[in-house]
Design a protein around this ligand. Structure first.
Ligand SMILES: [Zn+2]
Length: 74
C-alpha cells in the first residue's frame, strides 16, 4: 500500500523520490542500487513511529555520509 507518508522522507519531510512505486511496476529505486547499505545510525534517527514506513531521501543519505566521513577524518 503506497500512501503519502511513504513518499516523504521521515527526516526532512521532503519527497524522498523513492522508487517504490516504480519497483512495484518493475523499476528500481536508488536506495536499492547504492553500493552501501543504509547506515544503522542514520536509520535510528528516524522517529520510531515512522520507521519501516518510508525511505530516507538521497539528500539526507548524502548529508549523513559526508558528516560521517568528516567525523572519521578528525
Ligand atoms: Zn530527507
Amino acid at each position: 500500500m503506497i500512501n503519502e507518508a511513504a513518499a516523504t522522507c521521515p527526516l526532512c519531510g521532503n519527497d524522498n523520490l523513492c522508487g517504490i512505486k516504480e519497483v512495484l511496476t518493475g523499476g528500481t529505486c536508488w536506495c536499492m542500487n547504492k553500493a552501501e547499505r543504509m547506515p544503522q545510525e542514520l536509520l535510528e534517527r528516524v522517529p520510531p513511529d515512522k520507521r519501516r514506513q518510508s525511505c530516507i531521501c538521497q539528500a539526507c543519505y548524502t548529508a549523513y555520509m559526508r558528516e560521517a566521513r568528516s567525523r572519521e577524518a578528525q
